[in-house]
Design a protein around this ligand. Structure first.
Ligand code: ZN
Length: 358
């Protein structure tokens, strides 16, 4: 009996160590780089590096071992326009964290995408409040998908707003604490640091650097973490927040270290890290009122502080849309149409947000 226990304990141990250091070869990519007059794309196919020179023709679809990407013209422009309004629907989701398959299922079931996975939201605006990177194993798939969806939306008269979250900024700055194990293998196989795969010379890195940290749509303000009350008290404008944040995005690309407002905005009370709407000693109801008044908005919509479902705080004025997609099991998308909010569940069923009013 004792021997048998020992035997099963040993088998268990072996299984655990085998899964922790999985030898299964990975498949990843493409990573596309612009290098003085040529474009190169690299994939890892079953553990083998495959690099191809590709033409400058755009748009073009490149594909290898089941992983493809649609390439558009390089050098995206820094997003300058931070306010939009009009007669259109809004959808919003957050914190995808490498759970690409789940994200697509959520969007298809809620008809933001059609069954072929293409834009199906007409002239609507779809806001993603950051955190595509880290934790899960399908980060690159999600990035290429959104890179292309932005163009599909534009063609349909709609708009995709991808905002930066703390995990985008962490990876761009080489803070790799939350990488899925697969991406450490990618970096090892390509013999370069993971963050260098998203350098300015890479198509995705260049694109990410052009995305804003906030957006105001139909009088609703979106960002990843939240806005600290101090920003209203000091009357700092949305334009100033975005500009200062963006011009100090990647530390090693700066001429001198971040200081003053730039340092504040990249810190724990800045828009990508702040959690004060969900803490007992966080922002007061009066401070939320001041924030709404200062930014001239009806609601503040954020991700980052995960809840089981889309929920509100401050009598519905703050809406939290990170509904735990990172766990890979569930997810929700927020809808706004004709002044009314609803939650789109993973099944595609819609529920009024008022059920979750706090
Ligand atoms: Zn976050």
């Amino acid at each position: 009996m004792k021997n048998q226990n020992l035997k099963s304990a040993l088998i268990c141990l072996l299984l655990i160590s085998f899964s922790a250091f999985s030898l299964e070869p990975i498949t990843d990519g493409p990573y596309v780089f612009e290098q003085s007059n040529q474009r190169n794309a690299t994939w890892i196919c079953n553990g083998e590096k495959v690099t191809r020179q590709i033409s400058r023709q755009t748009p073009q679809i490149i594909s290898q071992c089941g992983l493809s990407a649609t390439l558009w013209q390089a050098n995206p422009k820094e997003e300058q326009k931070l306010e939009y309004s009009g007669k259109f629907k809004i959808a919003a989701a957050s914190d995808i964290h490498g759970q690409f398959d789940l994200f697509i299922k959520l969007l298809k079931n809620n008809e933001v995408l059609d069954q072929a996975g293409k834009w199906n939201f007409a002239n609507g605006h779809f806001v993603i409040t950051g955190d595509i990177f880290d934790r899960g194993p399908q980060v690159i798939e999600a990035l290429w998908f959104l890179y292309d969806l932005e163009k599909q939306a534009e063609k349909a008269g709609g708009k995709l707003h991808l905002l930066l979250g703390n995990h985008e900024v962490m990876v761009l700055n080489g803070d790799l604490r939350y990488l899925h194990e697969k991406y450490n293998k990618t970096a090892l196989l390509l013999d370069r640091s993971y963050e260098s795969l998203f350098s300015k010379e890479s198509v995705l890195g260049d694109w990410l650097r052009s995305r804003p940290v906030l957006i105001k749509v139909n009088g609703m303000l979106f960002t990843h973490g939240g806005f600290h009350p101090k920003l209203a008290k000091e009357k700092i404008s949305l334009k100033k927040i975005n500009q200062t944040f963006k011009s100090s995005l990647v530390e090693k690309e700066l001429e001198k270290p971040r200081e003053g407002l730039a340092n504040y905005l990249h810190g724990k009370n800045g828009p990508i890290w702040y959690r004060g709407y969900f803490e007992d000693d966080g922002a007061s109801a009066k401070e939320i009122k001041q924030l709404l008044k200062h930014f001239q908005v009806s609601h503040i919509i954020v991700g980052h502080t995960t809840q089981d479902s889309i929920e509100t705080r401050y009598k519905g004025k703050v809406i939290e849309i990170d509904a735990a997609m990172k766990e890979g099991l569930n997810g929700e998308v927020l809808f706004w149409e004709n002044g009314k909010f609803s939650r789109g569940l993973l099944s595609g069923e819609k529920r009024p947000l008022t059920e979750n009013l706090n």
